[in-house]
Design a protein around this ligand. Structure first.
Ligand SMILES: C[S@@+](CC[C@H](N)C(=O)[O-])C[C@H]1O[C@@H](n2cnc3c(N)ncnc32)[C@H](O)[C@@H]1O
Length: 279
């Protein structure tokens, strides 16, 4: 691979630049453990007071859920798109038998944090973990370089789902598999897009984009991926996320509207899997 010859020039949207630069979302108590996702709360008792340990477990569990959809077998090469601090890549290496994981992120500061957060693994297993600067829409990799691709709570930031899907199909080898998990509008009802800006500051400011599930699945199919399957995992995400938010945000404040958006059908959390056909 000649990564430098394909180095991305893709611009970082200003809201993404701020959130993962100066604001450093990973340092906020909302997240914890180096992860930055809402969490997969199945098996965590939401009737008990939640601890930081529960919060970290919920985010690790999100990775376990996602990685388990990839039918991982020993010795595969995986790419994570939007890796953040790269701690999910270590779950992939330690628990799912991958031979190599590349964590890619658009934000250079996130990659610096990833190098620091995983310095022990990078020192012990330098041939197994690697971080790369690149955009979902313009990946600095050769064709068919990866057996598996996964993307955890990053697609809501992408400006061009079509370009992401084409790049995912290109860097996956024939018979390779992809999984994308994040929050999306469940259907094509355009009224939901405006409603999200009313309910949630992250959509109003442009940090998050109101992509719809039909937009994502048609992008993946147009890129040549097949067996596109969509599963709602909202029941395992939103109630736990809201319980965690309740320790920091009062009812009626905008972050508590994530649960409301789910309950009224405006937003849900999905796992979407796809395959590159074998030749
Ligand atoms: C919410 S964080 C999720 C991080 C990690 N996947 C996790 O679950 O802990 C989203 C990450 O996606 C990255 N990102 C945003 N837009 C991107 C793009 N177009 N291409 C690659 N990475 C992107 C951000 O810099 C950020 O690190």
């Amino acid at each position: 691979m000649t990564e430098s010859s394909r180095a991305t020039q893709h611009p970082i949207p200003s809201a993404v630049q701020e959130a993962y630069g100066p604001s450093d979302l990973s340092s906020m108590p909302l997240f914890a453990g180096g992860f930055i996702n809402f969490g997969y709360w199945q098996g965590i008792d939401l009737d008990q007071p939640l601890t930081e340990r529960d919060r970290i477990s919920s985010q690790q569990a999100m990775y376990r859920h996602v990685l388990s959809t990839l039918a991982p077998t020993e010795g595969l090469r995986a790419l994570e798109v939007g890796c953040g601090l790269g701690v999910g890549g270590v779950v992939a290496l330690k628990e799912f038998g991958f031979a190599h994981v590349t964590g890619m992120d658009i934000h250079p500061q996130q990659l610096k944090r990833a190098q620091q957060a995983n310095s022990d693994v990078l020192a012990r297993q330098p041939e197994q973990l690697h971080f790369a600067h690149g955009a979902a829409e313009d990946m600095p990799f050769d064709d068919a370089e990866f057996d598996r691709l996964y993307c955890v709570e990053a697609a809501q930031h992408f400006r061009d789902l079509g370009a992401f899907a084409r790049e995912a199909a290109r860097v996956l080898r024939p018979d390779g598999r992809a999984v994308i998990t994040s929050f999306f509008v469940p259907d094509a009802d355009q009224a939901r897009v405006g409603r999200l800006s009313e309910l949630l500051e992250t959509f109003a400011t442009g940090l998050d984009v109101a992509h719809t599930i039909p937009q994502l699945t048609s992008s993946l199919e147009r890129a040549g991926l097949t067996k596109v399957r969509v599963t709602s995992i909202g029941a395992s995400v939103w109630p736990g996320w809201d319980r965690w938010l309740a320790g920091m945000w009062k009812p009626g404040t905008w972050p508590r509207n994530f649960l409301r958006a789910y309950q009224e059908g405006t937003l849900d959390y999905f796992t979407v899997t796809a395959e590159r056909p074998a030749v």
